[in-house]
Design a protein around this ligand. Structure first.
Ligand SMILES: Nc1ncnc2c1ncn2[C@@H]1O[C@H](COP(=O)(O)OP(=O)(O)O)[C@@H](O)[C@H]1O
Ligand SMILES: [Mg+2]
Length: 310
């Protein structure tokens, strides 16, 4: 069966800046894939290419099995896009915005009325039916934006940092909506730099750096790559003693930005850790199971894990 999206060895230059450097990613129908990486690593560029907002220079992109270059305008019908730059009309009401975009995508008048009513209901926008979009809070505007991107029932939904500009409560609401879309089988490619968001929403994540994917897999698969199941963050005035003790216990040690992290073979209690480090002048310890943040740090650490070996 064809994948929903296949991106194969894509390169993109902005002038002399090599922004995508052999980017590859495959998304099966029904998957929610998160593209994660630091600012400027090329996430939006990938989404803009997939949405046909931007051409690419080398490589292949196939959407529903068809080369993107041959799809011309149809690609826009297959993909629903929620970019970081809000494309909504601030002087119109929510339903008017939905109608506008539905017309743009060629829905008949009957389809349009049904679809707009359905989206107003699903996204609980009815309470704001008489509020102009410019007066909506950031969270509600983003909800409407998401609804607009779905107006033509796209086969692939592309979301660029869908919760970046909203407060925590609105973020949780958007998460629930995206989970609802995921559970009803929508194929989604989203970018985020909240690793917790990706951990919650995505069936698979791709960790990106410098225009290419360093590692991809389900969250459990990526977590299993860590040489430990838990991370203890330790403060001590005698870091060297902690390092030596930890190594003696068979725990690996990582130091990032003045913070010492010990990779534990299994989740231990604080007391067990403090007892194991007894005599090493530890002033603070916290311990958590490994998260995507840890995988990310591990991959970002060139010296420990050169990209070519991942
Ligand atoms: N239209 C453009 N012209 C020139 N450089 C660009 C353009 N769009 C993005 N870039 C550059 O490409 C790199 C990747 O950008 P982007 O894909 O937006 O990264 P991300 O979404 O991961 O933050 C950045 O260095 C950015 O400055
Ligand atoms: Mg971006």
């Amino acid at each position: 069966m064809n994948a929903s999206l296949e991106i194969n060895d894509v390169h993109k230059w902005f002038g002399s800046h090599h922004v995508l450097d052999g980017f590859s990613l495959r998304i099966e129908s029904g998957e929610v894939v998160g593209l994660l990486g630091p600012n400027g690593c090329g996430k939006s560029t990938v989404l803009n290419i997939v949405s046909k907002l931007l051409p690419y220079d080398l490589g292949q992109v196939r959407l529903m099995g068809k080369p993107l270059n041959e799809l011309s305008y149809r690609a826009r019908e297959l993909v629903g896009v929620c970019t970081q730059h809000c494309a909504l009309y601030p002087d119109l009401f929510p339903a008017e915005n939905l109608h506008f975009f539905a017309r743009l995508y060629g829905l008949s008048e009957k389809e349009r009325h049904e679809r707009v009513a359905e989206l107003m209901r699903i996204f609980e926008l009815e309470n704001f039916a008489k509020t102009r979009v410019g007066q909506l809070s950031g969270g509600w505007r983003q909800r409407l934006h998401l609804a607009v991107s779905l107006v033509h029932k796209p086969k692939l939904l592309v979301l660029d940092e869908p919760t970046a500009a909203v407060d925590l409560e609105a973020r949780m609401d958007l998460w629930r909506l995206i989970e609802g879309l995921r559970d009803s089988g929508t194929t989604i490619l989203l970018t985020s730099h909240h690793l917790a968001e990706a951990q919650r929403l995505c069936s698979r994540v791709a960790l990106m750096r410098d225009g290419k994917v360093l590692a991809a897999g389900s969250v459990p698969e990526l977590l299993a790559r860590m040489p430990g199941q838990a991370v203890a963050k330790v403060q001590s005035v005698d870091g060297e003693a902690v390092v030596q003790r930890a190594l003696g216990l068979g725990w690996q040690v990582r130091q990032h930005a003045d913070q010492m992290r010990l990779l534990l073979p299994q989740l231990l209690s604080l007391r067990e850790i403090v007892d194991a480090l007894d005599g090493t002048k530890v002033s603070a310890v916290s311990v958590l199971p490994v998260t995507l943040d840890d995988v990310y740090l591990e991959l970002m650490d060139d010296e420990l894990t050169p990209p070519s070996t991942i």
